[in-house]
Design a protein around this ligand. Structure first.
Ligand code: SF4
Length: 340
């Protein structure tokens, strides 16, 4: 898809713009911000013909693959394909069969992939009545869309089965993966808000990725989409699927000699902009901090007068209280990954 090969073993990070697609400037600006933090595929809503028309100008100005999100109208889908998008996301169930044929023909002609999927909130009643378990109804609904495309001789397909419920999403994706081999786009839909949505998304996406299920991911948040990309990268980093910086910080207790929370907050903000797989430890005291931070490339552990600076658990310097962050920042910025 575009310059990416889904299924090449890499899990790609996807997000979606939330500005008006007709506002080309705002959309391009948001896509650039997303790409800067690590978004590799971006979806935009093409909700009418005018929005679809804007896609050509957007596509010309961005460097990551563009996906057009279309709900009902085949004309919009064809316009988006002609605009040069890399993938369209449609629901074949909402498009009459003659019009679907035309969409598929256009996608074939232009080499555009089609993502089909279903969300548990919009399942047809017959699926819910026919299949006792909701995750099966969700998965079978997705598979019906897949078969509709296959009957038209189209196989450049990406599949998604989403729910706001973690177990339902996991089970539905397992079911789909057992039935078809197309790349899967995984994530929750309407996940919730803030930490709650992050936890749910991390569990669902993490569980699936650990089973080798998922070629692209989206962490769907009610927030600036840049946040979605950050969280997605932390998920991939946690599973060692992507080299990203890591922070080890103790929860603090009565032994803490430094303000771990404040320092950890500053360090995570710094690491967020750092594109190397460094592991940094921020520990409250030397009693447990040295041993527990021994895995980190660089770390500090609080002392009565400030902190000790550590390198793989070895103490390499004493740092006064008011210089801890500056010293840590200098060490992080100068750090070279000798394993690279
Ligand atoms: S590292 Fe020290 S301050 Fe932090 S939790 Fe452990 S004992 Fe407490």
């Amino acid at each position: 898809m575009g310059n990416l090969a889904l299924g090449d073993g890499r899990v790609y990070v996807q997000s979606m713009t939330n500005v008006d697609t007709k506002d080309v400037e705002a959309t391009v600006l948001q896509i650039e911000r997303l790409a800067t933090v690590g978004c590799e595929i971006v979806r935009v809503a093409a909700y009418d013909l005018e929005a679809a028309n804007a896609l050509k100008r957007i596509k010309e100005r961005i460097s990551i693959p563009l996906v057009a999100d279309i709900h009902y109208d085949a004309k919009i889908a064809i316009r988006a394909i002609e605009a040069g998008v890399d993938k369209i996301r449609i629901n074949p169930g909402n498009i009459p069969s003659k019009a679907l044929k035309e969409v598929v023909a256009a996608a074939k002609e232009h080499g555009v992939a089609i993502r089909v999927g279903a969300n548990s909130g919009s399942l047809k009643r017959e699926f819910l009545e026919h299949y006792r378990e909701k995750h099966v109804a969700l998965a079978e609904s997705v598979l019906e869309h897949v078969r509709a495309l296959e009957r038209l001789g189209f196989e450049d397909i990406v599949v998604s089965a989403k729910s706001s419920d973690v177990t339902e999403t996991v089970e539905a994706n397992r079911y789909v993966r057992n039935k078809v081999d197309y790349p899967l786009h995984v994530g929750l839909t309407e996940a919730g808000y803030g930490s709650q949505a992050i936890v749910k998304s991390a569990i669902a996406i993490g569980t699936l990725l650990m089973e080798g299920i998922g070629e692209t991911i989206r962490v769907s948040l009610s927030a600036d989409p840049v946040e979605e990309v950050r969280v997605a990268k932390w998920i991939l980093g946690s599973l060692h699927l992507r080299k990203v910086p890591d922070l080890v910080a103790c929860p603090t207790c009565a032994r803490a000699e430094i303000d771990v929370m404040k320092l950890a907050e500053k360090v995570i903000a710094l690491l967020d902009k750092f594109d190397k797989p460094i592991k940094v430890a921020v520990m409250g005291c030397v009693v447990n901090g040295i041993g527990e931070g021994a895995d980190a490339d660089i770390g500090v552990a609080g002392t009565k007068s400030g902190a000790v600076l550590m390198n793989k658990g070895r103490i390499v310097a004493q740092v006064p209280q008011d210089e801890i962050f500056q010293v840590l920042r200098r060490e992080i910025e100068n750090w070279e990954d000798w394993r690279a």
